[in-house]
Design a binder for this molecule. Structure first.
Ligand SMILES: [Zn+2]
Length: 221
């Protein structure tokens, strides 16, 4: 997915590459380290644990749904999401293992994960909204005012609308997060110390304003 087509990325973000293969390799590593582990999720979910960190790195430490970066918000604000939610699986051990397989796990911010938790994703939406392959970037885009919006092809799609609303993707704070991400990237790239410091001060001011906002403040009209 080219960076400029990925609503989650600014020009300073790294492209998401080879996510599925990297996840497969991490799963194989966990299984090698812990041959008796059945539910991979249990090994990945522990915040700050070695597999949790490796999992985050696969996603460039950014929420796979909204693109917010670890560092702008703390590690406590991230969770491991079940793409197909747990409620869609039965309570048998076999199904719990399936739900917790690496391919069903996504690095997500709390706001996206909690918003999405009640949503049951069924075909063809598991494909249309697939984040690891970047399909989701054909559904949502960043508009000129920095809001995330549903693109023309899907704007009348009821399930896509429900997904967009449940994850609060259209809200003001998502826009703020993007501007913060851009400013942060610009600041990191700046070589002139004085300019870097000025950018840093402005960044912190914007971050504080962002942290005062609630996820449902200022819905896009
Ligand atoms: Zn998010």
């Amino acid at each position: 997915m080219p960076k400029d087509k990925d609503y989650r990325n600014t020009q300073y973000c790294k492209e998401l590459i080879d996510v599925s293969n990297k996840k497969e390799r991490l799963e194989a590593q966990i299984q090698e380290d812990f041959p008796r582990t059945r539910i991979i999720y249990n090994k990945v979910k522990k915040r700050g644990g070695i597999y949790n960190r490796k999992f985050a790195e696969i996603y460039n430490e950014k929420c796979a749904y909204c693109g917010i970066l670890l560092g702008l918000i703390p590690l406590e604000s991230f969770e491991v999401d079940h793409f197909i939610n747990e409620a869609s699986f039965s309570d048998t051990e076999e199904d719990r293992i399936k739900a917790g397989r690496m391919e069903n796990l996504i690095w997500s911010c709390i706001d996206c994960n909690r918003g999405k938790s009640g949503l049951t994703i069924t075909p063809p939406y598991d494909h249309i909204l697939n984040v690891d392959q970047g399909n989701i970037c054909q559904v949502f885009e960043r508009d000129k005012d920095f809001y995330i919006r549903i693109n023309a092809q899907y704007k009348n799609d009821e399930f896509v609308k429900m997904f967009y609303d449940s994850l609060h993707l259209g809200y003001q704070r998502r826009r703020m997060d993007y501007l913060l991400l851009q400013m942060y990237g610009r600041m990191k790239a700046e070589r002139n110390e004085m300019k870097k410091n000025k950018l840093g001060a402005a960044f912190l001011e914007l971050l504080e304003a962002r942290n005062r906002m609630h996820i449902t403040d200022g819905k896009r009209i």
